[in-house]
Design a protein around this ligand. Structure first.
Ligand code: ASP
Length: 441
């Protein structure tokens, strides 16, 4: 029997969890897993990152040069940014509402706080996040736009963290191609069309190893995770974040059902391989090639929409991250007895929104920006390390969950924008392809 890809990935993940737990029982288990199992997952993530830039370039240039006129692009661009902002504000509000209602920080005993502080406050991880945040904060308000413009296209193409620069260059090139007219642009268009198909095939090839790669990634997460007792102490906080994330996914499904008029369960099934990879890799940037492939070929969103909406979303739209920042900031304040006024909560909405735009789409980035959110509400600088220490033990599992929401949000927004623009195809291309194959037999 041929299993669907998402089942294979899920089985790989479960086996990875079981294997990791077994390895923890042996004194040599952790080293064995890190030395012999982890590299497979690392190679897989590197392969996905390897094709991210060529894919964004080819698909965005193709998408834009396929448009009949530039005003359509302006339309899609404006709507995308608007919807991204609205969904992020909704995510933060959901986070704030539930963390204020459930108050997970109030039940934390002093003993737990001091144990967590002892374990993590001086940890490299926590200190690293604080100093990274200090670097980010140095920047002026328009730095974001300045950083978006590359001064050398090859530098931009050679650095995965400069995704927005690549997007800018591709849009610029695509628009110029539209302007010189179809005939003159034809050779370039053919080149990028072909490159695009080739890279999508590379995604398919890489995905063949996905079930094994997730096994490796999850086994590694298990052997490197912290003290299980601390995880239990934070169970209420974890519960609130996960509840918020689930509510957010429910909200997306309502949008898919009502605006895009697609069956939410069908949608989830189509997008699930990307979600499972987001969970396993904790990186929306690494997942991007798969998200693009699923959304275009399985959900039926036209490239004219997805090629812009998804790469931009991966870098600036992080609903899961912003929801998490809201919950984490209030949780830390509750646990350390730092009173928050209504104005403070509004400040959280604004800074978490900006922070999620500025967060990199890589593991752990959300926690760096959390420092900035905390500082914006006047959280004492000397207590920052203690605050972060409180949530550090569970950051990795929560990162995995919030990345799923980040990716699902991007896919949902691209689907509704496509619907609005009349670019959501009734039947998915994958089905069309197999129909054609049957016909040709
Ligand atoms: N890991 C997240 C992502 O890549 C960002 C974060 O919340 O840390 O989407």
């Amino acid at each position: 029997m041929k299993l669907a890809l998402h089942w294979k990935i899920l089985i790989g993940m479960l086996l990875g969890l079981v294997f990791g737990s077994i390895m923890l029982q042996f004194s040599w288990g952790k080293d064995f897993t890190v030395d012999w199992i982890k590299p497979l997952g690392t190679i897989f993530v590197k392969l996905l990152k390897l094709i991210a830039i060529p894919l964004i370039l080819a698909s965005l240039i193709k998408g834009i040069s396929d448009l009949k006129d530039i005003s359509k692009f302006k339309n899609i661009g404006l709507k995308t940014i608007m919807v991204y902002i609205v969904t992020t504000v909704i995510a933060i509000s959901i986070g704030l509402i539930i963390v204020n209602l459930i108050q997970p920080g109030n039940g934390i005993s002093d003993e737990t706080i001091s144990k967590l502080t002892e374990t993590y406050a001086n940890d490299e991880g926590v200190q690293g996040k604080i100093s990274e945040a200090a670097n980010q904060k140095e920047q002026g308000p328009l730095q974001f736009f300045e950083d978006m413009i590359p001064d050398n296209v090859f530098t931009a193409l050679s650095n995965n963290t400069l995704m927005l620069q690549v997007i800018f260059f591709a849009i610029f090139l695509g628009i110029a191609m539209l302007l010189i007219g179809e005939e003159k642009a034809e050779p370039m268009k053919k080149f990028f069309d072909s490159l695009n198909d080739i890279v999508l095939m590379m995604v398919d090839l890489i995905m063949l190893s996905a079930p094994f790669a997730v096994f490796s990634l999850l086994a590694n997460v298990v052997v490197t995770s912290g003290d299980p007792d601390l995880l239990i102490a934070l169970v209420k906080y974890v519960g609130v974040v996960v509840l918020g994330l689930l509510l957010m996914v429910t909200f997306y499904m309502v949008l898919v059902g009502t605006i895009a008029k697609k069956n939410p369960f069908w949608f989830l099934k189509q997008i699930s391989p990307a979600q499972l990879l987001a969970f396993s890799t904790s990186s929306s940037a690494a997942t991007l090639p798969v998200t693009m492939e699923r959304v275009e070929e399985h959900i039926g969103v036209d490239k004219e929409v997805s090629s812009f909406v998804l790469p931009v979303g991966a870098t600036i739209n992080m609903d899961g991250t912003s929801l998490y920042q809201a919950v984490a900031a209030v949780f830390i304040a509750q646990a350390l007895g730092f009173d928050l006024t209504f104005a403070d909560q509004l400040t959280i909405v604004l800074t978490a929104l900006l922070a999620s735009i500025g967060s990199a789409a890589v593991p752990g980035a959300g926690m760096v920006m959390l420092v900035i959110v905390l500082e914006s509400i006047g959280f004492p600088a000397d207590k920052l390390a203690i605050g972060l220490a409180l949530i550090f033990a569970v950051d990795r599992p929560l990162d995995m969950c919030r990345t799923v929401v980040n990716v699902t949000g991007d896919a949902t927004v691209s689907t509704i924008i496509a619907k609005w623009e009349g670019l959501l195809h009734g039947r998915n291309l994958q089905e069309d392809r197999s129909l054609e194959e049957i016909r040709n037999q």
